[in-house]
Design a protein around this ligand. Sequence first.
Ligand SMILES: [Zn+2]
Length: 172
Amino acid sequence: MLEGIGEDIHREGLLDTPDRIARMCEQIYGGLYENAATHLSKQFHATNNNIVLEKDITFYSTCEHHLLPFYGKAHVAYIPDQRVAGLSKLARTVEVFARRPQIQENLTAQIADALEEYLQPKGVMVMIEAEHMCMTMRGVQKPGSKTVTTIVRGAFAEDFTLQQTFLQMVKG
Ligand SMILES: [Zn+2]
């Protein structure tokens, strides 16, 4: 890539850059080698079957079209059916899917799919608010604009008041 943009690849500051980027990729694309099951298969019995919401989960991902960062907050909720996961595991699940080349729409759905598959809850709702560097430092250059995506499944899809409760809990 450095050659492609016309850089002098023998310049001192760039000598270690390919190696540095390779090591960085292990971290920022590490989700490709992880499975959400690792985090969500450890479960606890619960008698309280009301909404569980983990909100404001900060994440960093990479858009698969430009390999530029997009980042923001994920809000992940589910309605348990006797089984709950550890709270930190919801954040871990977000990381598994964020740390790979992504688009926000699929990131949102993949988190919801994982919760459905491993926890088999009564409902799932995921909302992601993110700023995309490919929208701000290139292209239309609209800094501060946010892309918001949501996914609703099960009880959240059937019951509009549950969606409103989710939104109130996220904003509250
Ligand atoms: Zn992009």
